[in-house]
Write a protein that binds this ligand. Structure first.
Ligand code: ADP
Ligand code: ADP
Ligand code: MG
Length: 241
């Protein structure tokens, strides 16, 4: 226990929550399949970053987290690795993971990283680019051969508002809100209403949320406390940056 705290301090990791698993020292300590470790190494990553060390084991245990770590500290892989591990391979159940990003550019970057880290698994990773195409692509009459959706909230809500909805989120297992500080700030009212709509559509019985942010912001933390059971907060770097 002392040793674990020392290791967290050394890596500038602070945690708040019950039964937080030990941070992983190396990629081999991640409880993931070997192909995922190989894919991480193919990216020339040598060692997990501090947020990856703590967020990956938490999400692998299915814990809901609020993760705050500086820009450029590897938050994308921190949520993609456990999601890829959980989804395993392709299924025909429609989207099982949803990643919300504040901009389309970020959605594209996240998709690229997801493709690299899941290489060899055949997961179908989609971003909503042409809304007209999206209106017919994902409906209930389609084959539902898609696994991960990465998108900005506007477009997704537009699809959800169709009658009948142009996409189903009922099989979503993981909802990731990336750059939560930005999403909550840009017309804070607006995003919260969109998030309510999206959560209502994610009505399966085992939906978990992971919130990622560059800064710790009270509005985001408050939302998490109210909406995420068993929440664990992980902060890397200055505690109140
Ligand atoms: P953040 O979302 O925290 O701003 P990113 O996930 O975009 O950061 O990662 C920043 C850069 O670091 C990316 O180019 C990414 O490929 C790289 N990176 C991620 N994890 C590692 C790692 N373990 N070792 C080295 N580089 C990494
Ligand atoms: P984002 O900000 O998520 O990238 P956009 O602002 O580009 O999304 O587009 C999403 C919004 O634009 C939706 O809320 C929708 O109302 C509107 N929109 C986009 N394409 C169309 C379309 N073909 N027909 C009607 N509305 C559209
Ligand atoms: Mg990021």
């Amino acid at each position: 226990k002392e040793k674990i705290n020392h290791y967290r301090n050394k890596n500038n990791i602070s945690v708040v929550g019950r039964h937080v698993p030990e941070p992983s020292k190396t990629f081999y300590d991640f409880k993931v399949d070997p192909d995922i470790i190989e894919n991480l190494q193919k990216c020339n990553f040598e060692e997990p970053t501090p947020i990856q060390k703590q967020a990956v084991p938490l999400m692998l245990e299915g814990r809901q987290i609020l993760a705050c770590a500086p820009t450029g500290s590897g938050k994308t892989a921190a949520f993609l690795v456990p999601i890829i591990m959980h989804l395993k391979g392709p299924e025909r159940k429609g989207f099982r993971a949803l990643i919300l990003c504040p901009t389309r550019e970020l959605a594209k970057q996240t998709q690229r990283e997801c493709v690299r880290l899941s290489e060899g698994r055949g997961l179908r990773i989609h971003i909503i680019s042409k809304i007209k195409k999206a209106l017919t692509q994902y409906g209930s009459s389609s084959s539902q051969k898609f696994d991960i959706l990465i998108t900005t909230p506007n477009r997704l809500c537009y699809l959800l508002k169709q009658d009948p909805p142009a996409v189903s989120l009922k099989n979503i297992e993981w909802l990731v809100i990336d750059e939560a500080d930005k999403l909550f700030e840009t017309g804070s009212r607006g995003f919260r209403e969109q998030l309510d709509e999206i959560l209502k559509a994610c009505d399966g019985n085992d939906r978990k949320i992971a919130m990622f942010s560059a800064t710790y912001t009270p509005v985001v933390a408050k939302w998490c406390v109210h909406n995420m059971k068993g929440l664990v907060r992980v902060t890397v770097g200055q505690r109140n940056a």
